[in-house]
Design a protein around this ligand. Structure first.
Ligand SMILES: [Zn+2]
Ligand SMILES: [Zn+2]
Length: 314
C-alpha cells in the first residue's frame, strides 16, 4: 500500500498568478502524435506493474485510437468570431452539453472498431464489439451522450472504455482543427474548449517550461492553471502537495478548503509521461489521498469508478 507524506507546503504569498508574457494560455492537441505516444507509454508502464493486464489493454485501446484518428471527421469549421466570442464569455465552443450523437458518432465508432480489429483482439473485447454491432443505434448514442454529461449509471461499465475512446477521437479531432482563436482569459476548473473535467495537470518543459496546464480528459486541450492554487475552487489559501516521495513524477495537489485534489505531474522528471496513462498507473496514489480525506476532482474517461465520486461537484 502506498503511503503519502507532505512534500511541500506553499504559502499564500507564493501563489502564482497568470503570466504577463506571451506564454500560451490555451493549447490545442496535436492529434498526430497524441494517441501513438500514449499507447507507447501505456505499454511501457504495464511492464512489472500490479495492473499490467489492464494497462496493456489501455495500450491496445489507445493504439486503435492512433490508427483511427486520421479517419475521423473534424466536423464543420467553426467561425472565427463564434469561437472568439465563446471563449471570451467562458462558453465552451465545442460544448459537450449540447452535443447530440449523430453521423459523426456512428462513423467514428466504426472507424475505431475497424482499427482495433487490426490488432489481436481479446475475447472480452470481441464480445463487446459483437454487442455493439447488434445494439440499437439510438441506445448506443444515448449511452455516449450520458457518459459525456456524467450520467454514468446509464452506461454499461464494459462498454464505457470503448465509448470513451470514440468520444475522445471526435473531440480531440475537432479541438485540433481549431487553429484560429486562442483567446482565453484563464482560471477555469473545466475545459474552456469543451467543458469537460481535467484528467490531471502537468508542469511542462520546453517552450512552456515550468508553466502548469490542466489537461482535458476528453479533447486533450491544455489550459493554463497558475501553480500552487486549487484548480477546483478559488481559495486564496495554500494547497498541500502530497506524494510518495519528493521526487515522484506524480503528486497530489490537495486543497484543505474544498477537500479536493488534482494530480500534478512534472514532465521534467520523465519526458515520456502522459497525463492519461500516468494517471491510471498511479491509482495507488489516489487511494492513499482518499484515505487522507481528499476527493479526486479529475476525471479519467477510462476509469468509471473514480469519475463516479466527483459527480457532485459539477
Ligand atoms: Zn476539452
Ligand atoms: Zn479547493
Amino acid at each position: 500500500m502506498t503511503t503519502v507524506s507532505a512534500v511541500k507546503l506553499i504559502q499564500p504569498g507564493e501563489i502564482q498568478s497568470m503570466p504577463a508574457d506571451d506564454t500560451p494560455l490555451l493549447v490545442y492537441p496535436n492529434v498526430a502524435d497524441l494517441y501513438k505516444d500514449r499507447s507507447t507509454r501505456f505499454a511501457q508502464l504495464a511492464k512489472d506493474h500490479d495492473l499490467a493486464d489492464w494497462l496493456q489493454f489501455c495500450a491496445q485501446l489507445t493504439a486503435a485510437q492512433a490508427t483511427a484518428i486520421s479517419e475521423i471527421d473534424a466536423g464543420e469549421v467553426l467561425e472565427e468570431n463564434f469561437v472568439r466570442e465563446s471563449l471570451k464569455h467562458g462558453v465552451p465552443p465545442l460544448s459537450v452539453s449540447t452535443w447530440k450523437a449523430g453521423e459523426d458518432w456512428q462513423k467514428a465508432l466504426q472507424a475505431f472498431i475497424t482499427a482495433y480489429e487490426k490488432q489481436e483482439v481479446q475475447e472480452p473485447v470481441k464480445k463487446v464489439f459483437a454487442e455493439f454491432k447488434k445494439a440499437d443505434a439510438a441506445e448506443l448514442a444515448k449511452q455516449a451522450q450520458a457518459y459525456l454529461t456524467l450520467d454514468e449509471a446509464e452506461v454499461k461499465p464494459e462498454w464505457a472504455p470503448f465509448i470513451s475512446a470514440v468520444l475522445q477521437l471526435i473531440w480531440s479531432k475537432r479541438a485540433a482543427a481549431m487553429t484560429h482563436a486562442k483567446i482565453y482569459s484563464g482560471e477555469n476548473s473545466l475545459c474552456p474548449v469543451c467543458g469537460s473535467h481535467p484528467v490531471t495537470s502537468v508542469v511542462r518543459v520546453g517552450d512552456r517550461d515550468s508553466h502548469r496546464y490542466l489537461i482535458c480528459s476528453l479533447c486533450s486541450s491544455e489550459w493554463y492553471g497558475p501553480r500552487a492554487r486549487c484548480t477546483n475552487c478559488d481559495t486564496p489559501k495554500e494547497v498541500t502537495m502530497l506524494g510518495e516521495t519528493r521526487e515522484s513524477l506524480v503528486q497530489g495537489e490537495c486543497c484543505d478548503d474544498c477537500g479536493g485534489y488534482l494530480k500534478l505531474m512534472f514532465q521534467s522528471r520523465d519526458p515520456m509521461m502522459d497525463p492519461v496513462a500516468d494517471d491510471l498507473a498511479t491509482i495507488q496514489l489516489d487511494m492513499a489521498l482518499e484515505k487522507e480525506g481528499f476527493q479526486r476532482t479529475g476525471r479519467n474517461l477510462f476509469l468509471m469508478a473514480i469519475a463516479q465520486s466527483e459527480k457532485t461537484d459539477t
